[in-house]
Design a protein around this ligand. Structure first.
Ligand SMILES: *Cc1c(COP(=O)(O)O)cnc(C)c1O
Length: 231
């Protein structure tokens, strides 16, 4: 039977190999372990194996995990990567270190207002809707600059980069095109804001392709924690 520690090591190995193939320094690619729907015991197991960054998708579940693991896993850096309604922003502002899915100024300004003063600024990635499908969340590439400019002026937020969930496809060319467009947007943003250092893209099934196109943070769930039950 493979353990969470084995699967974590395997994911890390895939990242190292992908970095090597594209002649990148592996230290510039972070692994975010996506623990949504999984029990606290799985997070504790990954933590014991050295993992420190964890991603959650659902507000209530995330809040309860942050509270439950405060004592036993004090070094966890919590990332919120799910959709967020504006009436739930306070929970994220008070419990998380990173928020990857900001796509509207209203959400950003609420997070900025609600971030407790004694906490360091909330790290922000702007989510990009790269396929342009209206069913998908994220801001358009055209609206990115003005949103980034607004966030950059908010004292309790730190703009760190971009996040995207590209089209799930077996078409390698389409996949590469989307990753490439995201990388171009990221590099442009980075040239405007020197603190920008994060391109959050790539998941269990496409982390190699994402790293090849410049990802600095891959979000890995099922490859570490196993398949999830449908919610
Ligand atoms: C669930 C999820 C992941 C992890 O997906 P896997 O395919 O299980 O690796 C990554 N990013 C987001 C935004 C997710 O919702």
């Amino acid at each position: 039977m493979t353990t969470i520690a084995d699967r974590l090591a395997n994911a890390q190995h895939r990242i190292e190999q992908a970095a090597q193939i594209s002649s990148r320094n592996v230290d510039e690619i972070q692994l975010l372990a996506v623990s949504k729907t999984k029990p606290n015991s799985d997070i504790v197991a990954a933590y014991a194996a050295g993992q420190r960054r964890f991603g959650e998708n659902y507000v209530q579940e995330g809040e309860s995990k942050v509270n439950a693991l405060k004592q036993s896993c004090p070094e966890i850096e919590w990332h919120f990567i799910g959709p967020l309604q504006s009436n739930k922003t306070r929970i994220i502002a008070c419990h998380f270190d990173w928020m990857h899915t900001v796509s509207r100024e209203k959400i950003a300004s609420r997070l900025n207002e609600q971030r407790p003063k004694e906490m360091s600024p909330l790290n922000i990635c702007i989510q990009i809707n790269i396929s342009g499908e209206t069913s998908k969340s994220g801001t358009t590439p055209e609206a990115l600059k003005s949103l980034a400019n607004r966030i950059d002026q908010m004292p309790n937020l730190t703009l760190r980069g971009l996040m995207a969930i590209p089209t799930a496809t077996l078409n390698k060319k389409l996949q590469r095109d989307e990753f490439q467009q995201l990388q171009a947007l990221y590099l442009e943003l980075k040239s405007l804001y020197p603190q920008v250092d994060t391109l959050s893209m790539g998941m269990s099934n496409d982390l190699e392709q994402a790293i090849e196109q410049g990802s600095t943070m891959v979000r890995i769930g099922s490859a570490i924690f196993g398949e999830r039950e449908k919610r």
